[in-house]
Design a protein around this ligand. Structure first.
Ligand SMILES: Nc1nc2c(c(=O)[nH]1)N[C@H]1C(S)=C(S)[C@@H](COP(=O)(O)O)O[C@H]1N2
Ligand SMILES: [Mo]
Length: 228
């Protein structure tokens, strides 16, 4: 027997998908035939880079300089704001459907790391658990180092947006946001909070840490959309 709450989460998942399907299909990463830069958006398997980016094989560490020690036993994720809300423990999180996906990582400081093999849970799964209000349109993601960043639900609901806990076959290293971080492969990497601990659903867009300091609210690498 499926509980009333479980049924409502299933309904929320379907409803969110339906609400954002057309909006997602209309985003630059899916509609630009000739984005700024050298090739197709999201590469479609082609070894190409957004304008102003160069490929690095190393994985630089970029953050505010604080690397919080978060064990899986201590970690939790609060879902709050314009939603019914929930709080997930690591065990709750690990019971969600786990997916593998290979995607690129574009830092606004001009390096890109291509083809990272991620393992994680889709943001869209987590969003359903929150039971968002009908008018929720954006999220603010918060992290244990005090960082925050805003993402539209249209972008966050894409299938390659994960709360990732493995990269290239290894548990996500602490300096890269372990035990779990968000990734936003279609946006510059600052939109993916390392050490993520809270997702706030919002009914309008608000600026996060870097956005308050002049970085773009939308952050499309394939449009060279770095600053606002
Ligand atoms: N919590 C937190 N997440 C963060 C940041 C940060 O300072 N704190 N920096 C962002 C920026 S600017 C980038 S480019 C990527 C870098 O991820 P990496 O250090 O794993 O390369 O994380 C993003 N997520
Ligand atoms: Mo960055």
């Amino acid at each position: 027997m499926i509980s009333d709450k479980e049924q409502r989460i299933i309904d929320a998942r379907l409803k969110l998908r339906a609400r954002f399907k057309e909006k997602i299909a209309a985003t630059p990463s899916l509609t630009d035939n000739e984005p700024q830069g050298s090739g197709n958006t999201n590469r479609h398997g082609m070894p190409q880079l957004p304008v102003g980016q160069h490929e690095t094989n190393k994985w630089p560490v970029l953050d505010l300089g604080i690397h919080p020690e978060v064990t899986t036993a201590e970690w939790s994720l609060e879902l709050t704001g314009a939603c019914e809300g929930a709080k997930l423990s690591w065990a709750d999180f690990q019971r969600l459907p786990i997916v593998s996906d290979t995607s690129d990582f574009h830092c606004v400081t001009t390096w890109s790391r291509m083809d990272i093999k991620w393992k994680g849970v889709r943001f869209s799964e987590i969003a359903a658990l929150a039971l968002p209000n009908e008018d929720a349109s954006h999220v603010m993601c918060y992290a244990s180092d005090g960082y925050s960043t805003n993402v539209s639900l249209t972008e966050a609901m894409k299938d390659d947006v994960l709360l990732a806990f493995e990269a290239d076959g290894e548990p996500l290293a602490k300096e890269h946001g372990g035990p779990v971080r968000m990734i936003t492969p279609q946006l510059y990497a600052w939109k993916g909070a390392k050490w993520i601990n809270k997702i706030e659903f919002m009914t309008s867009d608000k600026a996060g840490f870097w956005e308050q300091r002049g970085y773009s609210m939308s952050a499309y690498p394939w449009r060279n959309d770095r600053y606002s």
